[in-house]
Ligand binder design. Structure first.
Ligand code: HMG
Ligand code: MG
Length: 302
């Protein structure tokens, strides 16, 4: 077991975190959240998605949010683009990276992006080509890598299959997503292993929702395999509109606390990250969904 010495976190709070909010969050608030994340030292931020506003109304202000960010050269700003129409719309915003999102479950693929797994790959193919032609790298999400809200348990072979399909069309990086947070360490490791048959460690990440409180354990289990890149969400915000009942990604604050305690470098200032989480939680009128943030905020008050 060799744990990585540094870990890269992609904060997906502005996108995965906010996409499921029922009340519109103003673009100015989303922009301020991105600014606070970059002030906390995040070098990778998933900002928004260029999807149908009929499907996900909360992301309809995608171009406005991207245009409003005071960008820093050393930060990678990514956006979701499910098809060529989304990529064309995103292009003017100059994302550094785009994300195509497929699934290891047929039913979830249909519900989330309205097509089969095979069709999704055909939709992604020209997106990957167009992105590469612009020098933009592509991440591929494999949703429901452990379990699906419609199909139940998912076999690791299906993760491997989608990883291979993504590799074949030139997706640069993939991430194994536990969309509904049902995974436990051994199952997550098996899904990771299947993905790692097609992508190396530098091009494979974990994206764990925390519905059953397992995401931190799953993060550590993936790190035991050498995985060093994870998506996390400030204040544990989020959920997917097409995975009812699923909660947000593992809180960025909890992961940073864990890594800091283990002497693993993230380059992130935990106090500033807690401030960012407090900012967005305050706007949403709830407490941060992060144990570490709650403890640190209590300590500040004491
Ligand atoms: P569709 O209805 O099959 O698309 O939707 P279509 O090509 O048939 O077009 C229908 C209409 O949508 C047309 O408009 C298009 O212009 C429009 P109309 O003529 O009816 O007015 N349209 C678009 N509009 C804006 N942007 C676009 C776009 N494409 C078509 N890119 C589509 C297919 C993929 C668009 C739809 O299913 C969709 O938007 N789905 C979004 C789902 C989504 O955002 N889910 C949440 C993100 S994924 C997630 O959270 C999981 C992840 O975190 C990993 C994990 O945890 O598992 C990534
Ligand atoms: Mg997600």
């Amino acid at each position: 077991m060799t744990l990585p010495t540094k870990v890269k976190l992609v904060d997906v709070g502005p996108r995965d975190g906010l996409q499921n909010e029922k009340e519109p969050v103003p673009a100015a608030v989303k922009i301020e959240l991105v600014h606070r994340l970059q002030a906390a030292g995040l070098k990778n931020i998933e900002v928004t998605s260029f999807v149908s506003p009929k499907w996900v109304p909360q992301m309809a202000d995608n171009a406005e949010v991207m245009a409003g960010i005071a960008r820093q050269n050393d930060i990678c700003y990514s956006v979701l683009t499910p098809n060529l129409q989304g990529f064309e719309a995103a292009k003017a915003s100059k994302p550094d990276q785009i994300v195509v999102f497929g699934a290891a479950s047929e039913a979830f693929s249909q519900r989330n992006i309205n097509c089969s797994i095979a069709d999704s790959i055909e939709r992604f193919r020209p997106v990957v080509e167009a992105a590469h032609a612009q020098g933009i790298s592509v991440r591929g999400a494999i949703s429901c890598s452990v379990g699906c809200p419609y199909e139940g348990e998912i076999a690791p072979e299906r993760v491997g299959l989608v990883a291979k399909l993504m590799k074949d069309i030139g997706v640069d990086h993939i991430y194994v997503a536990d969309t509904i947070g049902v995974g436990t360490p051994r199952k997550v490791q098996a899904a990771m292993d299947a993905a790692l048959a097609h992508y190396d460690l530098d091009h494979t990440a974990g994206h764990f929702h925390d519905t059953y409180g397992q995401a931190l354990a799953n993060t550590l289990a993936a790190m035991e395999m050498g995985v060093w890149q994870f998506d996390t969400s400030v204040a544990g915000l989020g959920g997917c509109p097409y995975a009812k009942g699923a909660t947000g990604n593992v809180a960025s604050e909890d992961v940073v606390y864990l890594l800091r305690g283990m002497g693993i470098d993230t380059g992130i200032d935990l106090d500033a990250l807690v401030d960012a989480g407090q900012y967005i939680s305050g706007f949403l009128q709830r407490k941060p969904n992060s144990r570490a943030a709650t403890a640190l905020l209590n300590k500040r008050q004491a």
